[in-house]
Design a protein around this ligand. Structure first.
Ligand code: ADP
Ligand code: MG
Length: 224
């Protein structure tokens, strides 16, 4: 599904060059659940942003379903993301002024007619167990509920690839477990997931674990 070939990402700031990614070769098959681990600053979020096409390689290639994404302009990339990808972040990134329902509907971008959108939003909320919270605002929810709302927003458009950056970093262990169970369920239903995590036990719920250090992938191991 995904292939990164010799991907590099350099940042230049105040004459200091940071190599956030170097020599990254990575293949992810459809249906995999990949966990990425590594110390802070090693390039995990940069890699996820690359996979999510919100960042571009300084060198190397990114192929998605055998298509080189370098050929797409920003508008085409935005459409590609809207159609194919879902994002979940540590800080939930819900919009405070919108209800949970409205936040989830954002995941549909501007697709679908109204009746159909409502059905899809309701189904996504139901799937993550927040169906009864649709009219609430994010601040009226617990952290765990907010993260589940963010997952509903990520999956409402039926993405083939879900990119997740430290989803349980702001949650207590019970809520973290719930979020992991939801992700595992989505993977069982066919979604491909790439997840950055600091939790070894959460990484163990994936099918493969990748370790990063200093911008490189230093290990990749299949898990049972
Ligand atoms: N926009 C940016 N400008 C300059 N340096 C950046 C930027 N984003 C990330 N970096 C640097 O790239 C490296 C990797 O960052 P990041 O991918 O966020 O690491 P991680 O998610 O593993 O903590 C770090 O050294 C970080 O400071
Ligand atoms: Mg990070």
């Amino acid at each position: 599904m995904i292939r990164l070939e010799q991907v590099e990402r350099r940042y230049l700031s105040e004459e200091i060059e940071t190599m956030a990614l170097r020599d990254v070769d990575l293949e992810v098959d459809a249906g995999e659940f990949v966990a990425i681990m590594g110390p802070s600053g090693c390039g995990k979020s940069t890699l996820l942003n690359m996979l999510g096409t919100v960042d571009r390689p300084s060198a190397g290639r990114y192929l998605f379903e055998d298509r080189d994404l370098a050929a797409l302009d920003e508008k085409q990339l935005a459409r590609f993301r809207g159609d194919r990808l879902g994002f979940v972040f540590q800080s939930f990134n819900l919009i405070d002024e919108l209800t949970v329902e409205e936040n989830v509907a954002l995941g549909l971008a501007y697709r679908g007619e109204a009746g159909n959108r409502r059905v899809r939003v309701a189904a996504a909320m139901d799937k993550v167990g927040i169906a009864h919270r649709g009219r609430h605002f994010p601040h009226q929810l617990s952290g765990g509920q907010q993260q589940r709302a963010a997952i509903a927003r990520a999956i409402v458009g039926n993405p083939v690839l879900i990119l997740v950056d430290e989803p349980t970093g702001n949650l207590d262990s019970d809520n973290g477990r719930q979020v992991m169970n939801i992700l595992a369920g989505l993977n069982e239903e066919g979604a491909t997931i790439v997840m950055v995590t600091h939790s070894p036990s959460h990484a163990d719920q994936a099918n493969r674990r990748i370790d990063m250090l200093d911008g490189r992938i230093v290990a990749s191991a299949r898990l049972l």
